[in-house]
Design a protein around this ligand. Structure first.
Ligand SMILES: [Mg+2]
Length: 395
């Protein structure tokens, strides 16, 4: 759809309803309609991995300790879970999704974004396509999905959560504000229970209440989170659906120098350049890196590699560069000239560190926006249009 010359994206957030439980119900239809909890031994220390809608009526939800779930509903059926089987079902769900678009971003076993922009001619109107997808998943795999459709990922996700179970909701272009503003503020992904309580004390109950607050005030009260809230409450999200597969095991960049070098500053700037190239690809694939490996080949053709593994995955140039340069400084001696410099990013993950609440999330979110901006300019004007100070020495 084109609006004022801007191509509006059509993004689906497809989320299976009570996925683990639904799979168990397909395998044993006698479970249908009963309070079923997947998560293991109710006498053990585990937590609920999934609860059927019948179980949720007793106040049971995922991540609740199993012992508590048992107190709330002693006659519930507790299952340990069959994780290999869930993987099989998940693959079958994704097979259906991939028929409809090459841009399917897997968020977990049972949840994905599907970008249908430009697929009208092929599949017809987006709402009908969503219905077909839902019906096909039900027919082929046997489980129910809910689907949110909107012009960006944030709104699509809010929409699918809103219509669960078995719902489809399309937020038509122009209706975003009308949909979002009456919702409780906790519906914004990233606003956790703690922030929710804090908002309540401030008299902010709905997303609309939040929108009514001036940006300056949000920034004053919430610091860096203020801008994040400002954007999210208005339904603004620029993150693209990334169809890249996670199985690209590593991202590597290396370069053989035109002449062998013993100049530490030159070698470090080369390294900085390589880090930026690798990190740009990392972010374009919506991935985070845990392990950074430096590779050096000396003029006598000896190759050494040195790795460092981070506690928290990152996608930020300066974090990766600091690791790389520390590895370099530990390794480099001026005795033998260097012939080749390389950097490799591995242990790639889809998630950054687990952040459940907004206040820890914001600085990352903002930095993501910054880097997305940098990457956009680079893809338009060429990589060298933006380089770090250190990289410039290479010119
Ligand atoms: Mg789900």
């Amino acid at each position: 759809m084109v609006n004022g010359g801007v191509l509006l994206r059509e993004i689906l957030h497809v989320d299976m309803d009570a996925f683990f439980v639904s799979v168990e119900e397909v395998r044993d239809p006698s479970l249908v309609g009963k309070p079923v909890i997947v998560g293991g031994d109710p006498d053990g220390r585990g937590v609920v991995a999934a609860a059927s809608y019948a179980a949720r009526r007793y106040g049971i939800h995922s991540a609740m300790p199993l012992a508590k779930a048992r107190r709330l509903c002693p006659h519930a059926i507790f299952l340990r879970g069959s994780h290999g089987v869930y993987g099989d079902f998940s693959r079958r769900v994704f097979k259906v999704l991939e028929k409809y678009s090459p841009l399917v971003e897997k968020m977990s076993l049972d949840e994905a974004y599907v970008d249908l922009t430009g697929c009208q001619k092929l599949h017809g109107p987006v709402l009908e396509t969503a219905e077909r997808i839902r019906n096909e998943i039900k027919k082929e795999v046997g489980i129910n999905a809910s689907i949110g459709i909107a012009s960006n990922k944030l709104l699509a996700k809010v929409a699918s959560a809103f219509v669960k179970p078995r719902g489809i909701l399309w937020i038509a272009p122009g209706k975003e504000k009308k949909f979002l503003e009456p919702l409780p503020v906790g519906r914004i992904p990233g606003v956790g229970p703690k922030s929710f309580e804090r908002f309540k004390r401030m008299g902010v109950k709905t997303v609309g209440d939040l929108v009514a607050l001036p940006k300056e005030l949000l920034e004053e009260v919430y610091g860096k989170s203020g801008n994040w809230l400002y954007l999210k409450s208005r339904g603004i999200c620029t993150s693209p659906v990334s169809g890249h597969e996670e199985d690209s095991r590593s991202i590597s960049r290396e370069t053989t120098l035109e002449t062998d070098s013993q100049d530490a500053r030159f070698l470090e700037s080369t390294l900085s350049y390589l880090v930026e190239k690798a990190a740009t690809q990392l972010r374009a694939s919506d991935l985070f890196v845990r392990t950074v490996t430096l590779k050096l080949r000396t003029a006598d053709f000896k190759t050494v590699t040195r790795s460092h593994t981070l506690k928290e995955p990152t996608s930020e140039d300066h974090v990766i560069f600091n690791i790389a340069v520390n590895l370099f400084r530990k390794r480099f001696t001026r005795k033998t000239p260097v012939r080749l410099v390389g950097i490799s990013l591995s242990s790639l993950t889809r998630e950054s560190s687990v952040q459940t609440d907004l206040f820890e999330q914001t600085s990352h979110e903002q930095r993501d926006n910054l880097y997305q901006g940098i990457d956009r300019i680079r893809s338009k004007y060429g990589f060298r249009s933006i380089l770090r100070g250190t990289s410039v020495h290479k010119e």
